[in-house]
Write a protein that binds this ligand. Structure first.
Ligand SMILES: C[S@@+](CC[C@H](N)C(=O)[O-])C[C@H]1O[C@@H](n2cnc3c(N)ncnc32)[C@H](O)[C@@H]1O
Length: 279
């Protein structure tokens, strides 16, 4: 991330979620604020959005948000009352939070958060009671420091959503953040996505990975971190998590894209992995 510049990839993924609301029925991830938050500049380019590549990316964005919010709902049912959205971008959960007692903390790079707050104001989307903004750069401050200064209760369990962020971090920042989450009480969990290490890819898949990597690098947000499934398992175990779930594209298709008449689904091989780790 460049100092003082909002994330461009945050706008791209928010756009994909908004297009999902308009073009894909039924929605895998329903979000009534996905379109309004983008303001009058949001337009759907039908030619582009009905292409194979755009549909695949949209399916992944929808699946990962749905997965995180499904995991959150299960955590809330078990009594969790704090949700921390790490690298929140234009995530809209806080503005349609159905859980009355759930406090939400949006943690993000300062320039991205300032830009989002402008968009919210322009769209007249009010910040609900129980929402706290935490401006923080994972590369220069620890999550523990940011949360300690924001009224987060570190003696109670919390659920963390961390979507579309891990690939952009250094290993040091990743370890610092998972280490902080693992230090919170039993019942705490984190859902996130990560990119698979291209070392094991065949030539076609490697080209697809390199094309995407070039696109995000051109947006000033290069990929810096990938794992194999085994490496991720070791990272989470060493950080102190006691349970880990990992889902690939095939598992996500089984869970979220069965029986659709429009054939929306994740491509094989998938675009990334989803994981949840429990303390
Ligand atoms: C691809 S966007 C994903 C946004 C959101 N989670 C979503 O799914 O729509 C990446 C997000 O990570 C944040 N981010 C990237 N590097 C960061 C860092 N070093 N510190 C804080 N936030 C960071 C960006 O500001 C941006 O909001």
């Amino acid at each position: 991330m460049e100092h003082g510049r909002a994330s461009k990839t945050a706008l791209r993924v928010a756009h994909r979620r908004a297009v999902h609301q308009v073009l894909d029925q039924p929605c895998v991830f329903s979000d009534a604020i996905a379109v309004p938050i983008l303001g009058p500049g949001f337009v759907v380019d039908h030619g582009r959005e009905t292409g194979r590549r755009a549909r695949a990316f949209r399916a992944f964005m929808a699946a990962r948000s749905r997965y995180a919010e499904d995991q959150l709902a299960q955590a809330v049912a078990r009594g969790v009352k704090q949700y921390v959205v790490l690298g929140a971008g234009l995530d809209t959960f806080a503005y349609r939070n159905p859980h009355r007692e759930l406090r939400v903390f949006e943690v993000d790079f300062p320039a991205t958060q300032a830009w989002k707050r402008d968009l919210l104001a322009q769209a007249a989307i009010a910040a609900p009671e129980g929402l706290t903004f935490v401006a923080l750069d994972f590369e220069h401050q620890t999550l523990a420091e940011g949360l300690a200064a924001s009224g987060f209760d570190c003696r109670s369990p919390a659920f963390f959503g961390w979507l579309g962020v891990v690939p952009y971090l250094t290993l040091e920042a990743f370890r610092g953040t998972v280490g902080t989450i693992a230090s919170y009480p039993r019942g705490t969990a984190v859902s996130f996505d990560y990119g698979l290490s291209p070392a094991s890819f065949g030539p076609l898949r490697r080209v697809a990975f390199e094309t995407l990597a070039a696109r995000v690098a051109a947006a000033g947000e290069p990929f810096r971190l990938v794992f194999t499934e085994k490496e991720l398992e070791v990272e989470m175990h060493d950080a102190g998590f006691i349970r880990l779930e990992q889902l690939d594209g095939e598992a996500l298709n089984q869970r979220y894209f069965q029986g659709r008449s429009d054939d929306l689904k994740l491509p094989s091989p998938g675009l990334g992995m989803l994981a949840t780790a429990w303390v």
